[in-house]
Design a protein around this ligand. Sequence first.
Ligand code: SAH
Length: 348
Amino acid sequence: MASADIKPNIRSFDKDELKTLFIEKGEKSFRADQVYQWLWQKHVVSFEAMSNVSKPLRQFLEDNFTIHQLETLTSQKSKDKTIKSAFSLHDGKVVEGVLIPTPKRMTACISSQVGCSLDCKFCATARLKMIRNLTPDEIFDQVVNLNNQAKQNYQLPLSNIVYMGMGEPLLNYKNVMESISLISSPDALGMSPKRITLSTSGIAKMIVKMADDQVKFNLALSLHVANNEKRSKLMSINDSNPLELLADALKYFYEKTGTRVTYEYIIFKDFNDDISDAKELADYCKHIPCKVNVIEYNPIENGYFEQASKQKTEAFIAYLESRNVIVNVRRSRGKDIDAACGQLANKH
Ligand code: SAH
């Protein structure tokens, strides 16, 4: 019998691996389908609960595997109904996930890493050390948890999922792709990939890889300024992934997937809120069909930046529209509880 600490997490095996394992043990392969369904569709947290599985098989699973669980440590509800939760992982590490209800959508914002290795100057998560990647089941469980919260608090299931919590999803490529395939698989959550958006700081090589993998979900690039010198000041990832390289990768992505990319643009006072910045952005938008989300800056503790004024923001948007750029404005949500973009930093 394996001791508790070395028992493997049963959800690290995919369906085929489970089948092989069961057949080796002299079980019928449909037993693996049943167990898989308990794990990924019914979200049970014990082998005991798998009531259509024979007792000896349940015992075998109990003796040889564990089911890692996500635990909700705290949940805070904002005045605007946004709910931020801290989730504890099996090894005690903590990540945050946010439920964002709007009149049209019920969005889950989820994390892909514990901490982050990047140093984006405006982001609170960047101040944490990078601790580790999340596994596919840990990413998946955030969605299940936030979906339950949505149903309990607002009587609606999730409509959208955004990988905009802690971490850089493209630096945890394999696990993130597996989590998306689980979220969209009819054998698990069965949500359409069109309702999923991955947001990246911009890693050209991995954008090309997503294109080659013919991904079906949406892509957002945290652009923030369409000028290399300025962008490198905001995010040092721009030194190795400058705008031209990103434009080439995105063109390739669009050709292969036909998916319109979203550029996220946090507007900062006296940094990127001028008409000359809007002009550079509109020029950059000519590379591929895209749309721009202009995002209100959420101040972080001891931050370098301030919010752009309403007037500057409006002029900025009007200029983009005059150049036929599709623009949305994303107002900040959950600010009073530090649940807004870039404010996830495990404060508790
Ligand atoms: N690493 C990924 C995903 C996490 S950030 C990425 O960079 O895209 C998700 C979004 O939150 C990004 O667009 C990011 O730029 C934005 N964001 C980060 N800090 C912010 C802040 N202080 N105010 C507003 N948006 C912020």
